[in-house]
Design a protein around this ligand. Sequence first.
Ligand SMILES: *[C@@H]1O[C@H](CO)[C@@H](O)[C@H](O)[C@H]1NC(C)=O
Ligand SMILES: *[C@@H]1O[C@H](CO)[C@@H](O)[C@H](O)[C@H]1NC(C)=O
Ligand SMILES: *[C@@H]1O[C@H](CO)[C@@H](O)[C@H](O)[C@H]1NC(C)=O
Ligand SMILES: *[C@@H]1O[C@H](CO)[C@@H](O)[C@H](O)[C@H]1NC(C)=O
Ligand SMILES: *[C@@H]1O[C@H](CO)[C@@H](O)[C@H](O)[C@H]1NC(C)=O
Length: 400
Amino acid sequence: MGRWWILIGLVTYVNAQPSCKIYGTSKTIVSCKPGDSDYVLVRGLISDNNTTTKIILRGCRITNVEYESFENLPALKHLDLSQNSIRFLQLGTLDEALAVMHLNLSFNMLSQFPLGLFDQKTKLTTLDLTGNKIVSFELGIFDPLRRLKSLYLSSNSLVGKDLNPYLFDQNPNLSILDFSRNDMSQSPDNLLHALYNLETLNLDRTLLNVVPKFATSSNLKSLKHLILSTNQIKRIDDPTVFINLDSLKVLDLSKNNLDFIHENTFKTLRNLVGIILRSNQITTLPETLFQNVPKLINIELSDNQLETITVASFKGTSLKNLNLSDNKIKFLPKNFCLELQNIDVTLAKLYFLPNPWECACMNELVNEIKNMNILYDGDDFDGEHQVCVVRDKFICDRTL
Ligand SMILES: *[C@@H]1O[C@H](CO)[C@@H](O)[C@H](O)[C@H]1NC(C)=O
Ligand SMILES: *[C@@H]1O[C@H](CO)[C@@H](O)[C@H](O)[C@H]1NC(C)=O
Ligand SMILES: *[C@@H]1O[C@H](CO)[C@@H](O)[C@H](O)[C@H]1NC(C)=O
Ligand SMILES: *[C@@H]1O[C@H](CO)[C@@H](O)[C@H](O)[C@H]1NC(C)=O
Ligand SMILES: *[C@@H]1O[C@H](CO)[C@@H](O)[C@H](O)[C@H]1NC(C)=O
């Protein structure tokens, strides 16, 4: 008898189901809150509604998904199953709700997928698998997703060298691909060879020592944003490394160990608007590095080891925003902003604090900036921060 009670107690415990409410002006959005225990999703909670367009089951303590949980949801476009504890999705569990375009499975405990899981998800354009425990993908898993545009794989346990380069062969329209926080070192050079419409590639924190070949291959002419931040890239010796990236607008190389960049590295980037070199080990920049990169507007050089920078460095650019915070700058060239204007570069924002400024030199610059209405990092001029070092003279001494 006692035993039966325990069993019944357990069953009710496990079935404490999420509570769902209907939202939206057209009453087609269903959003659920967790019950007070773990839950196995079954048919009946959110299934069987012809009008539901969006289901939010975020953080609902779901541990597993039964067959037919998504039965009869012909209008469903968004399905959010993020922040649950799903370890595995059995083949067939995603076979209903054929109109789903956005599937969010982020922050679960998924480690692998049975081949065919996504076979009925042909309308999918967004798939978010961030924050799971995925080690690898079976070849063919993404093949049914011909319309896939955004694939988020950040924060898994992927090992690039084990990824099959034919994995994305059937995803011609993939335009956002996020591999951040995985080990993408030693990935095959042709990993992305099938992608001709990729626009954003995120390789933040992926254990890279060099700019990887797969991220710069000749088919990536549409790439606009390349994020290579938080890696261990020390040098860029090959000036042709980015030569294929005709459309590149933003290149993020922040938080690497860069101390050498070949002077011609950026020369071919005719559409580059922003370059982020924050938090590296750069002591000097070749004067020609940014020269004649015609659309370059934003240059972020903060947290490096620069002592000064020349006016000519920015010749032939469209520089507007320059960040030199947190370097070793004691002075800039005389009439820096005016001289820039003389080469057709009109600064809008200049950030130059903190640096070990010599006060006389900084005052010259501040006067110039104020006269020319350039925005600057004025917060530190509040009398509380020491922003410059007084030397025993009133004239800026520009000898290093
Ligand atoms: C299901 O759809 C009907 C309209 O057919 C609507 O009145 C009802 O609120 C919906 N229920 C849920 C849970 O979506
Ligand atoms: C949904 O639509 C189908 C086909 O139009 C219909 O047979 C079914 O009764 C509808 N179900 C609900 C719950 O409205
Ligand atoms: C997926 O859900 C998480 C929250 O659980 C959210 O931060 C993320 O933006 C969602 N992904 C997409 C592509 O909307
Ligand atoms: C890919 O995108 C193009 C342009 O948006 C579109 O015409 C084409 O149908 C898409 N291909 C697939 C398979 O969805
Ligand atoms: C300039 O760089 C500093 C240091 O990295 C940062 O705190 C600040 O937000 C940056 N300013 C702009 C406008 O990006």
